[in-house]
Design a protein around this ligand. Sequence first.
Ligand SMILES: C[S@@+](CC[C@H](N)C(=O)[O-])C[C@H]1O[C@@H](n2cnc3c(N)ncnc32)[C@H](O)[C@@H]1O
Length: 227
Amino acid sequence: MALRLDVLTLFPGIFSGFLAESIPRIAVEKKAVEVRLHNIRAWSADKHAKVDDRPFGGGPGMVMTCQPLVDAVEAALAMRSPPGRLVFLTPEGRRFDQQLAGELSREERLILVCGRYEGFDERVFELLKPERLSIGDFVLSGGEVAAMAVMDAVIRLLPGVLGSAESAASDSFANGVLDHPHYTQPPEFRGLAVPEVLRGGNHAWIDAWRREQALARTRRFRPDLPR
Ligand SMILES: C[S@@+](CC[C@H](N)C(=O)[O-])C[C@H]1O[C@@H](n2cnc3c(N)ncnc32)[C@H](O)[C@@H]1O
């Protein structure tokens, strides 16, 4: 069954190129994923379709108001059964990683909510009780890029999306280690040769070399990873 992905955003146009190219496009064409974009503004009850307002207590910036957001989320939840896993993209959230990407790829439904401005009115979290997800310790202008990062990592893990040549099984983090180094043509470039073992055709030796290289790279670049 296809993963149903609903994305709530104030800027649905940001997703057009992302969904029209490469792996996400293939996943949509293969019906591994069904993506629905919802413009939060469409749910605004304000006569000018306002979706933000000044913060109580003063200070810079605007805050996304409760009404359009809560109505939009409730409508999305009701569109399909099961209601799905509700995820708000926000810097204070749990850090997204490959393990969570795998977990989300096994869900039937995901609802991703993108913030803008100074973020969400805190009461939205009390009312909807979503998961909070961050893609790292930095601040983006909006949740759309974060949502696309999550979507991309999840979509490529859906069954049948990647060809065997691009299998995710040996990617970094899949087994608690980084990926091994890769080489392609030509055999020599500016005096740098491809390691002999990769050109020899002995697959047992190649596998052993790659495993050893993956461990060495993990020790060097990410000694914090569980091996
Ligand atoms: C300018 S940010 C708001 C930042 C907020 N005032 C803060 O300092 O935590 C606007 C929106 O971008 C998204 N965003 C920014 N950084 C993010 C991150 N690291 N991970 C996930 N979403 C992020 C969130 O949806 C957020 O509501």
